[in-house]
Design a protein around this ligand. Structure first.
Ligand SMILES: Nc1ncnc2c1ncn2[C@@H]1O[C@H](COP(=O)(O)OP(=O)(O)O)[C@@H](O)[C@H]1O
Ligand SMILES: [Mg+2]
Length: 260
């Protein structure tokens, strides 16, 4: 059980014309861990997530989720199987309340959607689940507020709540701390870690903030020009000379402290 692989890619590939955005990436993600993908801008991280979630089809290779081949499944199918996906861009309904945003996410992505007739009882279940999630992400007090009135940090929490609402097993978080004031980052990361641990979930994280990645990841995959440059624990990555040269440079020193 300790070594259960929840997600595996085998030589997954995506070309855009002549550009190879994801170049034969093979990784294994252990269940119930936090696995980060790092790499410079344009390394292919977001495209890789798009392949995993079914937002994009690979041009080569295979993807397995819990042993099942999901290579060609579209996003609504991967969502039903238990893969939750966030986007770099904000994905909220600005003129709905916090609770409505979360509830809609339960309804849209719940395992039993596509029903034309939603009973009152089912609606109440979604409502209850939305409250539960609002509490989990620390937004119960803001539940009746319109999403657009929330400060940026709270909007990022709401996005997390919307991913969490249908209770996915694997969360794909693409730069969840992007645009946040640095003093708000630890709180969001603590929240993500709590969700991962308490909910026995697997989290894959794309993150630019090296301090965040080093402090919270069980494992790190470094991408560079579409390919995997290195993989290992935070200590292994911090000590990896190829990574140091190609990417981390002066941003992160070997003692494991951020230089900036
Ligand atoms: N839909 C697309 N069409 C053409 N090129 C794309 C598309 N999406 C991404 N790319 C290119 O693929 C490369 C990887 O991009 P991306 O996955 O967004 O990198 P990252 O998230 O690591 O910054 C970049 O060169 C980018 O311009
Ligand atoms: Mg990206």
């Amino acid at each position: 059980m300790a070594d259960e692989i929840i997600l595996e890619t085998r030589a997954v590939r995506r070309e855009f014309g002549a550009l190879v955005a994801v170049d034969d990436v093979s990784i294994k993600v252990q269940a119930r861990t936090l696995h980060s993908i790092i790499g410079p801008n344009g390394a292919g991280k977001t495209t890789f997530f798009n392949l995993l979630s079914g937002n994009l089809a690979p041009t080569g290779g295979r993807i397995f989720f819990k042993g099942r081949d999901i290579t060609r499944l579209p996003v609504h199918k991967t969502a039903h199987l238990g893969i939750g996906r966030s986007f770099q861009i904000t994905n909220l309904f600005p003129n709905l309340t916090v609770l409505e945003n979360i509830r809609l996410s339960c309804q849209a992505l719940g395992r039993d959607n596509f029903r034309f007739f939603q009973s009152h009882r089912r609606f109440k279940q979604y409502e209850e689940r939305a409250w539960e999630v609002a509490q989990q992400v620390g937004l119960a007090d803001q539940a009746p507020l319109l999403a657009r009135t929330l400060p940026h940090g709270a909007q990022r929490k709401l996005e997390l709540g919307m991913i969490l609402a249908p209770d996915p097993e694997l969360l794909l978080l693409d730069e969840p701390t992007a645009g946040m004031a640095s003093e708000q980052v630890p709180e969001l990361m603590a929240l993500i870690e709590r969700i991962q641990e308490a909910g026995q979930k697997t989290v894959m994280l794309v993150e630019h903030n090296m301090h965040v990645v080093m402090g919270h990841s069980d494992k790190i995959t470094v991408m560079h020009q579409g390919a995997v440059l290195a993989e290992g624990t935070p200590d292994e990555i911090a000590a990896n000379e190829t990574v140091q040269t190609a990417y981390l440079g002066g941003l992160y020193d070997l003692a494991g402290k951020a230089a900036v």
